[in-house]
Design a protein. Structure first.
Length: 78
């Protein structure tokens, strides 16, 4: 995604979803948003989104929603 409007639309779409809980965290030491299923308290994240920053702003978002198998090998911190 490039540009403020596209990033805003991206997170706007996630704000409409009520069946996930988004938590800031780290994956392999990188800033991430961890996505949990609120119906499974205490469970591991279902997937994550990696964030890259530039000049204090989100520069890129890599969403692993459709590649959930990557969470199995990920170590994460909250």
């Amino acid at each position: 995604m490039t540009g403020k409007a596209e990033v805003s639309r991206y997170f706007g779409n996630y704000s409409k979803v009520s069946d996930w809980r988004l938590v800031p965290g780290l994956v392999e030491g990188r800033p991430a948003i961890l996505v949990f299923d609120p119906s499974e308290p205490g469970s591991r994240p279902k997937y994550f989104m990696l964030l890259d920053w530039s000049a204090g702003k989100v520069a890129t978002i890599r969403d692993f929603r459709h590649a959930r198998y990557v969470i199995d090998g990920a170590e994460y911190l909250t």
